[in-house]
Design a protein around this ligand. Structure first.
Ligand SMILES: *[C@@H]1O[C@H](CO)[C@@H](O)[C@H](O)[C@H]1NC(C)=O
Ligand SMILES: *[C@@H]1O[C@H](CO)[C@@H](O)[C@H](O)[C@H]1NC(C)=O
Length: 479
């Protein structure tokens, strides 16, 4: 009993001293910008940059790599070394199974939604912060990275709180979400926090009580190849753009209109839509091609290669009566050609060549599609985390959202046959498309580096607390 009480008290103490739940600063004096410059860093040390990331979905690693590239090519850059580190392997349960948990949850959106909303509440965050610190901090403290790093960049929501407690280096949080995000991102001990949209900025202020001076509206960093490709293409429906797209189509062996399906590495959740769209296009006699990136989904790849739709699902009654499965026949002779691909390393080229993108509401894909001004059709989202992304697409009016197969099929048929509509949506996408976010973030990081901002803006409140404690106890100042 006593140990439980003690645990609760310690947890509560840690949560309140951790930033997630502390009261907002109410002082009216303007907040000083972070850490005074102490002169440029010495030239003989090559800075080591550590990206904190984990492979939960492809987005975090992609962001880290794109930032690495931007940091390399930035005009303010100096030579540096870098690595990607995760603090969770070997950690306490359940944190060590982060990646497996993600793969499971992303396939079960209801469970995801339940956990997301549960963990996005004050009391839960409070408990979670305490729990992660108590059970993990000893091991994580021993990791090399806190000694070797000169700059730390976190692109993962579960690697903000503890790393910020442990590191003494400049600490940057890059939120890799677009329209909505989890409150674990808003750990306030960071040096700066980069947010992708106005919505997240507001949320960071209201929900996370992050200081204005720390927040930077940067946009979402996307892979640099998208920016380069976008520059070469120019306006999608301009003269140059049309010519460039024809060239791309010829290079990729595509002809005429193309619908591009991308379902992430697992390639799941697209099949119904693919067949629905195919039948709808054929019913309307629209000549088109459907390009599908199947990823690891071998079965899907095989079915599409032979143009064989999945067998109809057996009802429970049929299963009880042990009726044999009906094998489906290949569909041939339609006006729509299916082109299944496994993994591609040039999604940007396919996005240039194709006319509509069908995908789920991942923040990276949405931002990349906008940078190449391709109209986008969203068919699903992870509850909570990605619901805001759908709003961003609908508000900017460069895409549509539906989960019903007939509706998706009719919207796509409509889009493919209506070039004016596509052109309008494409113009809207151009307005919010932004491939420069990575550059902006790199610039800020290097500026801080050259200004000699080597400490981390952290511990103001703690210092105050320690000082008050010393005064109460009548201790000498030891700093
Ligand atoms: C970052 O980019 C540099 C230069 O391209 C490369 O050598 C390095 O391996 C990259 N770092 C990571 C973590 O990928
Ligand atoms: C999105 O789909 C709905 C329903 O089919 C349709 O009414 C609407 O016009 C579509 N929006 C765009 C931008 O195409």
């Amino acid at each position: 009993m006593i140990s439980v009480m003690l645990f609760l008290i310690v947890t509560l103490y840690l949560s309140f001293t951790s930033d997630a739940l502390s009261l907002p600063a109410t002082s009216t004096t303007p907040i000083p910008p972070y850490t005074p410059p102490t002169g440029p860093p010495s030239q003989d040390k090559i800075p080591h940059i550590i990206f904190l990331s984990a492979d939960t979905g492809g987005g975090h690693r992609a962001s880290a790599l794109s930032l690495n590239a931007s940091l390399t090519t930035s005009p303010l850059s100096t030579s540096f070394t870098s690595e990607i580190v995760s603090i969770w392997p070997g950690g306490a349960w359940p944190y060590r199974d982060l990646v497996e948990a993600y793969v499971h949850l992303s396939r079960h959106p209801r469970q995801w939604g339940f956990l997301y909303h549960l963990s996005n509440t004050g009391p839960y965050l409070c408990w979670m912060n305490g729990d992660t610190v108590l059970r993990n901090v000893k091991r994580i403290r021993k990791m090399d990275c806190w000694r070797t790093a000169d700059i730390i960049v976190s692109v993962h929501p579960t690697m903000t709180n503890i790393p910020q407690i442990l590191s003494k280096q400049p600490f940057y949080t890059v939120i890799t979400d677009l329209g909505s995000c989890h409150a674990t991102w808003f750990s306030r001990r960071c040096s700066r926090m980069f947010v992708a949209s106005e919505k997240l900025y507001e949320k960071a202020r209201k929900r996370g009580w992050v200081r204005r001076s720390k927040l930077v509206r940067s946009g979402l960093p996307i892979r640099p190849v998208f920016g380069e490709e976008g520059e070469r293409m120019g306006e999608r429906f301009g003269e140059e753009g049309k010519r460039y797209r024809e060239e791309k189509k010829a290079k990729l062996g595509l002809k005429g209109n193309g619908v591009l399906f991308m379902g992430g590495g697992e390639g799941v959740g697209m099949e119904e839509y693919i067949w629905g769209v195919k039948r709808s296009l054929e019913a309307n006699d629209i000549k088109s091609q459907i390009v599908v990136v199947c990823g690891r989904n071998k079965l899907l790849h095989e079915r599409l290669s032979t143009s064989t739709p999945p067998p109809p699902k057996r009802t429970i009654i049929k299963r009880i009566l042990r009726r044999p499965k009906v094998e489906s026949e290949p569909e041939t002779g339609g006006s729509v050609k299916l082109i299944p691909l496994q993994f591609i390393d040039n999604p940007q080229e396919y996005m240039v060549a194709c006319d509509v993108l069908v995908t789920k509401a991942g923040p990276g894909t949405i931002a990349e599609a906008a940078s190449l001004s391709i109209p986008i059709m969203l068919t699903s989202f992870l509850p909570g985390q990605e619901s805001g992304n759908v709003d961003i697409v609908l508000e900017a009016n460069y895409g549509n959202f539906s989960t019903s197969v007939p509706e998706v099929s009719s919207i796509i048929s409509n889009l493919i046959s209506d070039e004016d509509l596509r052109s309008r949506m494409s113009k809207n996408a151009e307005k919010i498309g932004d491939a420069k976010a990575g550059e902006r973030i790199a610039e800020v990081i290097w500026e801080d580096y050259w200004a000699g901002r080597t400490g981390r803006d952290f511990g103001k409140r703690r210092r105050w607390f320690r000082e008050a404690w010393r005064r109460v106890r009548g201790l000498e100042d030891d700093s």
